[in-house]
Design a protein around this ligand. Structure first.
Ligand SMILES: [Fe+2]
Length: 210
């Protein structure tokens, strides 16, 4: 039976962006991060990606991965574990370590997003091979995952949580430098520091890009 409607042509970029922002707000309402964490991670990732001279399509994919990487952390993890102060016990740590798999499985079944799966699955890998889920090392970790990892850590450190105040930019940069070649790709850390020196203002809402 023929459809009596055809709404596909009415999905303007602004409408799609607004819809995405509402869904992000729902995700963030589950977590104790300051509102706007996902948007800031997306914007910081784009700033790093543009310094790497990624193409517009690559930046779009980086942006999409930076929105989706923690999608299962908010919806697939109980709120108590999600917002608990470290250290986590073994059961809680295992639950947290499941979230990249769950997010990867969500996108792998969507044709136009499935190529983002490795960037999402490996966003908790570490440069020195001590991350999860696969203990990948150095450049075997997908580039977008390495970028998102640094952006996520920087924004998490500078955001106040229910159990601690946020660090200053300078303190967070010092921590990133200390974790170069341990947790983070050293080149990506250097690029973020360059971006921060250039942009002394707060990161703007990503709706700026539409
Ligand atoms: Fe995560």
């Amino acid at each position: 039976m023929a459809k009596k409607y055809d709404i596909a042509g009415t999905w303007e970029p602004q409408f799609v962006n607004d819809l995405v922002q509402v869904l992000i707000s729902v995700l963030e309402s589950r977590d104790s991060y300051t509102q706007g964490h996902i948007k800031r991670v997306a914007e910081i990732s784009l700033a790093i990606g543009s310094r790497l001279k990624l193409s517009q399509i690559e930046l779009r994919d980086l942006y999409a991965a930076a929105i989706l990487y923690d999608i299962a952390k908010g919806v697939g993890t109980d709120k108590q574990t999600l917002n608990k102060q470290l250290p986590l016990d073994q059961r809680e740590a295992t639950i947290i370590r499941e979230h990249p798999y769950k997010a990867g499985l969500l996108v792998v079944g969507v044709d136009s997003l499935s190529h983002l799966m490795p960037s999402i699955l490996y966003h908790h890998e570490q440069w020195d091979g001590n991350g999860y889920p696969a203990r990948l090392r150095e450049e075997s970790i997908p580039l977008y995952a390495r970028i998102i990892s640094v952006a996520d850590a920087f924004d998490a450190m500078t955001s106040a949580r229910s159990f601690r105040p946020g660090m200053s930019r300078e303190e967070a940069v010092a921590e990133l430098i200390q974790q170069k070649e341990r947790q983070f790709d050293p080149d990506i850390v250097d690029i973020l520091i360059d971006c921060l020196e250039e942009n002394r203002h707060e990161w703007k809402d990503f709706s700026f890009y539409f």
